[in-house]
Ligand binder design. Structure first.
Ligand code: GLA
Ligand code: ZN
Length: 687
């Protein structure tokens, strides 16, 4: 990259508004004018105040290189502004228009199998294509020139859901440029990639090709002969798309110095390292499409991860569906109350905007059955519309109480794309164990214990945390071991797991006992690592740190040798029965470094996590109610806590604090008996 360091000002954060922004993707260009009038009537009823325009309008705006016609978009913008609503303007570069793909075939991607695509679909541009870079930047600039300074413009939405990958010749050439910048010499590259293995020593930069199905890979993207090449290609591809974002943002900034710019991220999305992007976005936003209807703890983690991108600043939910998604094999409805519950959950974790995909259901193409605020008949007497309107009324009643407010977290979980990539593209481990699954296990245990958690990058400052959990920290880089040590040295505690501290930034193994440079800190070394099918359970007998009983473990089993640490749990089965599985290295300052050598069952993770929390007196309220989520935001409006009942049954609790329920206006006394209905929500401004 040459110009990744475009200045991004933190004062590009969205300005404070009077309520949580509410609305979503709006495509009136697909409808006749009389439908627009029906739309705005419905939006008024549902308290919709913000719409996202133009996400896929490249062909509408431009039918030839350098020619722009904003007539249609102008009419839409004018009608939106007349209604008193504000708009997010997209740069429309998320899908290529046919003329461009035909005129310049290089803009089409080449896939993992090496097939150059012809025109079709969306998210289809090669990020390295000079033609794409030039024309997308020009389009972004022309759009910015047109709408900069519009009083109803609230944010820029650049591209759409950046992702996927391209393996064309232009990308290979850009990859080589990226590699020259990273390694300077071929000798250093050969060392980093351990190229002497399988005769791969490169003697000319031109010999390097993109790692895909016709080069280093077999059986798909996770099976590579060289982790070094594949990891660098993942990093490069994330950077190449980041460069597209940066290019467009720079074009916007030529016309609009102030309006914040973002792009819609996808949460735990593997192909893009959002931490590498974070400093270039003005605020974080993401599209919340959970995989199942019991995804509450996963969404909690993802919201925390997205909030962590901008150091805890509020983020936006740029998209969610009011009812169903269309892209799954089976597309369940959000049950009654779920939309409201999940929307409040996002606010509880730091969202200042809750937006939908989409405002009106599409007539044709693959998303015609995707849920929308208004269905094909345009009805407002549907369950979906009523729930949308009720939520709009809730947001209006609660007003500005939480806007700008932050999460007071004493606990951090490290999340690292490099460790994710490196551990999942590596042979010799257990391919059924995935990085998100392990992180989720620890985050879920914290979430169930009513603890506020920041999810931060491996290079984050850890000074403000009492507890730092670093699950599956496979790669050590950025001095992370020293920052973890500092936590323990000032009396905090850290937790890490199996397969941590195994490789350096190039994915080469440390020539030392695992967990490598972390070993002295945890007072433990790994002698051997066993991996077995998930059906094989090894019980872990607890006998240290005041714990007893058994935990279940499976899939990955490190046989630990304590070197200073006390044994908290030992395997009970197999030839390593009696050997250490969980250890705790106490520190003089009072904290400890816990090492968990096996994939524990969820209950087991909770036992260990609660033991650590307990030592710091950090277990939150309602920790014994597994389906009741507790979250807190603190800001100018005081301390607001959110009680979210994810269960299908009512839950009865004793209030942890006195305050006012901002949705109902009811007063709550500390110690009052309260009942939350199934999917019920209390937004409590504490006294
Ligand atoms: C994504 C896209 C939208 C739409 C939705 C459907 O989030 O950004 O354009 O396709 O998915 O769920
Ligand atoms: Zn390409």
């Amino acid at each position: 990259m040459t110009d990744t360091d475009i200045v991004t000002h933190t004062d590009h954060r969205p300005a404070a508004r009077e309520k949580v922004l509410y609305g979503g993707d709006y495509n009136p260009e697909q409808w006749p004018r009389d439908v627009w009038e029906q739309d705005h009537n419905a939006f008024d009823l549902a308290r919709i105040d913000t719409v996202t325009l133009g996400v896929f309008d490249w062909a509408l705006i431009s039918n030839a290189e350098g020619k722009y016609d904003f007539t249609s978009l102008d009419e839409i913008v004018t009608r939106v502004a007349e209604s008193g609503r504000q708009f997010v303007m997209a740069t429309a570069t998320g899908a290529l228009p046919p003329w461009l793909a035909h005129q310049h075939p290089e803009v089409n991607r080449t896939d993992f199998e090496g097939r150059r695509h012809v025109y079709g679909q969306r998210h289809n541009a090669c990020p390295s294509s000079p033609v794409f870079r030039r024309l997308s930047t020009s389009l972004a600039g022309a759009t910015a020139e047109r709408y900069a300074g519009h009083p109803a413009l609230v944010a820029w939405h650049i591209g759409n859901e950046y992702g996927g990958a391209c393996y064309c010749k232009n990308c290979a050439a850009s990859f080589r440029v990226w590699l020259r910048k990273r390694y300077t010499t071929l000798e250093q590259l050969n060392t980093a990639w351990n190229a002497s293995f399988w005769s791969h020593t490169f003697s000319d930069w031109e010999q390097i090709v993109s790692p895909n199905a016709i080069s280093e890979h077999w059986r798909g993207p996770n099976h590579t002969a060289f982790q070094g090449i594949t990891l660098d290609y993942l990093r490069f591809m994330s950077d190449a798309m980041l460069q597209n974002f940066i290019d467009e943002k720079a074009a916007i900034r030529e016309h609009d110095a102030a309006t914040p710019a973002t792009t819609n991220f996808m949460g735990m999305y593997r192909p893009i390292d959002y931490h590498r992007w974070a400093k270039h976005i003005d605020f974080a936003s993401w599209d919340n499409y959970p995989p199942t209807d019991r995804s509450e703890s996963r969404m909690a983690l993802t919201h925390d991860l997205m909030r962590g991108l901008k150091g805890g600043d509020p983020f936006w939910v740029m998209e969610q569906t009011p009812t169903i998604t269309a892209s799954r094999d089976i597309n369940p409805l959000k049950r009654p109350g779920v939309l409201r519950l999940w929307s409040w959950q996002s606010v509880a974790h730091g969202a200042d905007a809750v937006l939908y995909f989409q405002m009106r259901q599409s007539r044709g193409a693959c998303e015609k059955y995707h849920g929308a605020v208004l269905d094909h008949a345009g009805r407002m007497d549907t369950r979906a519309f009523r729930e949308v309107a009720q939520l709009g009324a809730d947001f209006e009643r609660v007003g500005a109480a939480v806007l700008g407010a932050r999460t007071p977290a004493r606990v951090a979980v490290l999340f690292d794309w490099d460790s994710w990539w490196a551990s999942e593209i590596t042979d010799g481990l257990n391919r059924t164990v995935t990085y998100p699954q392990v992180v989720l296990g620890y985050h879920r245990a914290l979430w169930q214990a009513g603890v506020q958690v920041d999810v931060v990058a491996a290079d984050a400052t850890l000074d403000r945390y009492d507890i730092v959990i670093a699950p599956l920290l496979h790669m050590l880089k950025d001095d992370v071991e020293n920052r973890l040590r500092a936590v323990v040295e000032r009396g905090g505690s850290i937790v890490s797991t199996f397969l941590s501290g195994r490789v350096d930034q190039d994915t080469n193994a440390f020539l030392a006992d695992a967990p490598g440079p972390l070993a002295p800190l945890f007072g433990v070394r790994v002698e051997e690592t066993d991996s077995l099918p998930a059906e094989s359970i090894n019980r872990i007998a607890l006998s240290g740190a005041g714990l007893d009983g058994f935990l279940g473990s499976r899939s990955i089993f490190e046989i630990l040798v304590p070197e200073g640490a006390e044994v908290v749990g030992a395997y009970a089965d197999d030839f390593y029965a009696g050997r250490a599985a969980v250890t705790r290295m106490p520190s003089a300052a009072g904290g400890a470094a816990w090492y968990v050598g096996a994939l524990l069952d969820p209950d087991g993770v909770s036992v260990i996590v609660r033991a650590v929390l307990d030592e710091h007196d950090l277990i939150g309220p309602y920790a014994d109610e597994p389906d009741l989520e507790f979250a807190v935001r603190e800001g100018a409006g005081g301390r607001v806590s959110f009680l979210l009942n994810h269960a299908d049954a009512p839950v009865s609790i004793i209030a942890h604090a006195a305050g006012t329920d901002l949705i109902t206006g009811d007063t709550v006394g500390n110690g009052d008996a309260l009942t939350l209905e199934p999917k019920g929500v209390i937004v409590l401004r504490e006294n």
